[in-house]
Design a protein around this ligand. Sequence first.
Ligand code: XMP
Length: 507
Amino acid sequence: MIRIIDCGSQYTQNIARRVRELGVFSEIMPFNSSLESIVDNDLEGIIISGGQFSVYDNNSPLYTKEILFSGKPILGICYGQQSIAHILGGKVIPTDNREYGGTNITIKKQSPLFKDIPDKTFQVWMSHGDIVEELPKGFEAVARSQNGHIAAMQKMNIYAVQFHPEVDHTNYGRKILNNFLDICTAVRNWDPEKNYDKIVEETKERIHNKVGVGGISGGVDSSTVSVLIKNIIGDKYHPIFVDNGLLRLNEAEEVKNSLDSFQLNVKYVNASERFLSRLKGVVNPDEKRKIIGNEFVAVFGEEAQKIKDATYLVQGTLYPDVIESVPVYGVSSKIKRHHNVGGLPRDMNLEVIEPFRNMFKDEVREIAECKLGMPKEIVYRHPFPGPGLAIRIVSSDVTPEKLELVRKADAIFIQELKKRDLYDKISQAFAGLLNSHSVGVMGDEGRYEGMIILRAVVTNDFMTSDCYYFEKEDINAISNRITNEVKGINRVLYDQSQKPPATIEWE
Ligand code: XMP
């Protein structure tokens, strides 16, 4: 297993996913983890991530330097390279010649890290302000950037690169990580599908033929975990679906239809009125999230208590939820004000079962499709946030009338994407309602009406994203349908911002 020391990079999860894709199990550890928790018998190599800090910052994530003397192969990435140089007596300095984005590097010396790379000069992705000016004792520079900076260095089994091999924009990035795994002689036995049998065994043992409850949201995580538990324990598992009135058009119905074929005995609770009355007049998004979260816990708790003899609570927690809910894991956690871990009633005294807490979404999707035979519509459904349409009524309070507008526009948008075979090319798409009105011409009258904003993003990890670039014909048709069919809307805007600096949702 490879342990990744997270020093706050937005790309840390990419490293973990890439290593797993290459067949080796990887685990992300906070930078301040103890030596004993990092170095044990399972460890085959360590990767030290990048991060936005300088080694000279007061709050720079300084991990225990003993890991550098553990004898295990090490790969430092970006801040990882700078911190290794700093700790081992080299010199790191800020540079005026900062390197961001695509940059050429040239291999200067043979290295197992660059084994079988056919080009001597190739493009990599850089993102740094500091550079290693002087190598620590015994290290040699094995690659340099087009600006002459040290792009890779090594000594014995400690390797470091200034660029990011884990991002798609680095040519041969996957090959470089693969070479590092060879250096570690890491056992290539990670396979989510094979891991499925282990998950089933472990879960069986934990739930021990007892009665349990779980929440279903319609998303792939909670649906897959519910089908898994149903397969293990049958009718002793009681999934609950809470309709908070903030769902998309026909969503409750669609979820019901798609899960019925798995004989999941889902209890549907319509709590729309409760949620909407609590949200009356609330504009602040954090406040909206808090109210919706608390109300969900209350409704779910009431329903779960009706299930006699329930001893456990099943949650579809994934690995990113675990990482992002722990503040010391890095900057990614600060971007998000929401997380799913621990989001359900604690005082119910139920044992929490999270079979997928070590897995990424694409790994769960693989299990859902190949092991559980779940339909593509569920497996590849775009994610939908817990607070639902409430956070898509932007900078404004939630009313039934506004919900109606955003719901209709969203349904048209998604219908058109499916009709045009665009849905699967986009990671997440949705409509929002802006809190402003603009003048328009309808018939002969000029009048003020509302504005819909559309967002369609392409991303692997939802931590960074690009927008989807529509053909003119597609976006025009979508916009026209919305203004024609949604009464009260006379303008449609398309959000073309990337994350960062924007987020995927608007609030
Ligand atoms: P952001 O807006 O943080 O979104 O770039 C990243 C992903 O998270 C989803 N999201 C949420 N999910 N509760 C959730 O369960 C929330 O409060 C929430 N806010 C954002 C968002 O839809 C995207 O998939």
